[in-house]
Design a protein around this ligand. Structure first.
Ligand SMILES: *Cc1c(COP(=O)(O)O)cnc(C)c1O
Length: 387
């Protein structure tokens, strides 16, 4: 089946009792047993099994071209569960400018339990190879990265991971399976914050892990129940509803962002535009090869914190808020918001300056978005030097 057909139908048979076309929200904590040890339909307790959650898992596994999906209460809960597959002393090679919360989870939580991390530029195959140690178990990659949109070559990295007997884990939140399917490029595990594009309407928090290996899937399924970071049925239902329009939304996010990136790149007050869809992006060719579009995220360099502040506070349509991937356009200041947990020195090395602004381009009419950005740039001082 095609992507949109799967998005609408996978995991969602009409409900047998009434024929309801939409899977019900099974808002229950437990299920009656007909006799001791005889649950009616295999369901016992809702941390362990929930039909709405199962529908979502089937749907997302299908879209990511994986055999198994395991849903979690948040993207970070999903990432944490992957790390729970490891043992104290194990080592992870991780993209250096991962989502700030992923860095914090690694650095401030899992380090205390004996996991070791090397944060490297995974766009450089040599740097990844050099960081692999005896106890390395997995490579964790985000591509494109947040917020400077650096790409890592998933085909090359999956070859390296296979050679060295490591798991390649890809955070596919920014691209979604509509634009990029890491399992088909050789990755072992895909993880998402469903909070973002998959749900797409900024009204819930959730996560999912998708993979093909049945034994690993069973261990993650065990962790979902044993550690208990499960999503509620209503949130699962919201993602299921959101995903039905994923293709339509991603097309519009992508189209709007391309146009806005073009306008920004030509604007004299914008010192630098980070967007893989621009021919000037250093990895534009890889972006074309690895994904079927460039997505809705753009970052811009405005030279000074005062400029960044004036710009963000002058926008009317773009709302100043954390998060991304919703139908509405948002703007954020990575240095003080999403990446506040990353040490300053590290932040600057990654290009996350105080004057960097990140845009999550929504699905509004692009003329309105362009006008909003142009008007706000009126409040920015002209650059004296170009970065
Ligand atoms: C938001 C986000 C996460 C964390 O997900 P939550 O649902 O907020 O826990 C992880 N990775 C990326 C790329 C994200 O954007």
């Amino acid at each position: 089946m095609g992507f949109s057909t799967d998005a609408v139908h996978a995991g969602q048979e009409p409900e047998p009792r009434t024929g309801a076309v939409i899977p019900p929200i099974y808002q229950t904590s437990t299920y009656e047993q007909e006799g001791l040890g005889r649950p009616r339909a295999g369901y016992e307790y809702a941390r362990t099994q929930n039909p709405t959650r199962a529908a979502l898992e089937t749907n997302l596994a299908t879209l990511e071209a994986g055999k198994h999906a395991i849903a979690f209460a948040s993207g970070l809960a999903a990432i944490g569960s992957i790390l729970q597959l490891l043992q104290a002393g194990d080592h992870v090679v991780c993209t250096d400018n991962v989502y700030g919360g992923t860095y914090r989870l690694a650095d401030q939580v899992w380090r205390r339990f004996g996991l070791q991390f090397s944060f490297v530029d995974t766009s450089k195959q040599d740097a990844v190879a050099a960081a692999i140690a005896e106890r390395t178990r997995l490579i964790f990659v985000e591509t494109p990265t947040n917020p400077v949109l650096t790409l890592s070559d998933l085909t090359e990295l999956s070859r390296l991971a296979r050679e060295r007997n490591l798991l390649l884990v890809v955070d596919n939140t920014f691209m979604t399976p509509y634009l990029q399917r890491p399992l088909q490029l050789g990755a072992d595990i895909v993880v998402h914050s469903t909070t973002k594009y998959l749900n797409g309407h900024s009204d819930m928090v959730g996560g999912v892990v998708v993979l093909n290996d049945s034994e690993l899937a069973e261990r993650l399924r065990f962790l979902q129940n044993a550690a208990g970071a499960v999503p509620g049925p209503f949130d699962c239902w919201l993602v299921l509803r959101g995903v039905k329009t994923l293709a339509l939304r991603m097309m519009q996010h992508d189209r709007n962002a391309r146009e806005l990136a073009r306008v920004l790149a030509a604007h004299p007050k914008v010192q630098k535009v980070y967007y893989p869809g621009l021919a000037s992006h250093p990895q534009h060719e890889l972006a074309c090869r690895q994904a079927s579009g460039f997505g809705g995220m753009i970052s811009i360099e405005l030279g000074t914190l005062e400029n960044a502040k004036a710009f963000m506070e002058s926008l009317r349509l773009f709302l100043l808020a954390e998060s991304l991937g919703g139908v509405e356009s948002l703007v954020c200041h990575p240095a003080s918001m999403t990446h506040a947990a990353v040490p300053e020195e590290e932040r600057l090395r990654l290009g996350i300056t105080d004057s960097l602004v990140r845009l999550s381009v929504g699905i509004e009419d692009v003329e309105d978005l362009v006008r909003d950005v142009q008007d706000a740039l009126e409040h920015v001082q002209a650059a004296t030097t170009r970065v």
